[in-house]
Design a protein around this ligand. Structure first.
Ligand SMILES: [Zn+2]
Length: 242
């Protein structure tokens, strides 16, 4: 398995060198690899989780404009549904799942996660920044403003200032929230009260924690919050996949 681990790392490096001709990035990565214990500890490929893998990928975006959330806290779970076909359009919309947010949004969100961790809980992300070219693809499939924002106007997701998320327990299991993600119906409204007591308490916890640091909810989706503020213009930035 050690050989597999090395092969994976070499292929990651190869991918990086294809994507980026900047030698200093490659050198930095090599130094990073040399300094890790990964090669000496015979870590199995299966142990290289997405959160660990991120440490081997280059900073391949403009850090003055974007933060990749799990680089701030690798214990935040990602379940980016638009990188799978498990979403309301039933098709994979992102080539791969990476969670980018405006830096102030990412740093504020990490505060929520760290608060929840004190209770043995944490955050799981369903969606983060959504590139406007993807918004166009969604709009072409579902040109209905009730479900998809018109890309000409854009949404807070297209600005990197909105998140779709839920709370998980210490084993990564989602807390019951009453409806699945992207359920379009009154039962998903935060004000809807005809739900079990634990569901109401879980929704209240999510909303209280998010609102405490400045995030705003919306009327129709318990999972959606945005953080108003500067430096969040509409964006067409597409992240790289390896
Ligand atoms: Zn949303």
């Amino acid at each position: 398995m050690k050989i597999h681990a090395i092969t994976l790392i070499l292929s990651l490096l190869a991918a990086v060198s294809c994507q980026n001709s900047n030698n200093s990035t490659e050198e930095r990565l090599s130094e990073q690899l040399d300094s890790t214990q990964l090669l000496t500890n015979e870590v199995l490929v299966e142990d290289i989780t997405p959160a660990t893998r991120i440490n081997f990928l280059p900073i391949d975006y403009d850090t003055s404009k974007w933060t990749e959330l799990i680089r701030l806290d690798s214990t935040i779970l990602l379940d980016l549904r638009y990188a799978t076909d498990s979403n309301f359009v039933g098709e994979k919309m992102y080539d791969c799942g990476r969670c980018f947010l405006r830096p102030r949004v990412a740093h504020t969100l990490v505060k929520v996660h760290q608060q929840l961790k004190k209770q043995g809980l944490g955050l799981k992300m369903y969606d983060c920044y959504r590139p406007r070219p993807i918004q166009w693809k969604l709009w072409e499939k579902v040109p209905d403003r009730r479900y998809v924002s018109d890309p000409r106007k854009g949404s807070m997701h297209n600005r990197g200032a909105a998140v779709d998320l839920t709370i998980v327990d210490s084993t990564g299991q989602e807390l019951p929230m009453g409806t699945p993600y992207d359920y379009f119906g009154i039962e998903a409204y935060p004000a809807y009260q005809d739900l079990a007591a634990d569901v109401l308490a879980n929704r209240a916890l999510l909303h209280e924690q998010m609102k405490a640091v400045g995030f705003k909810p919306i009327r129709t989706e318990w999972w959606h919050f945005s953080l108003p503020g500067q430096g969040a213009e509409l964006s067409d930035m597409l992240w790289k996949c390896y």
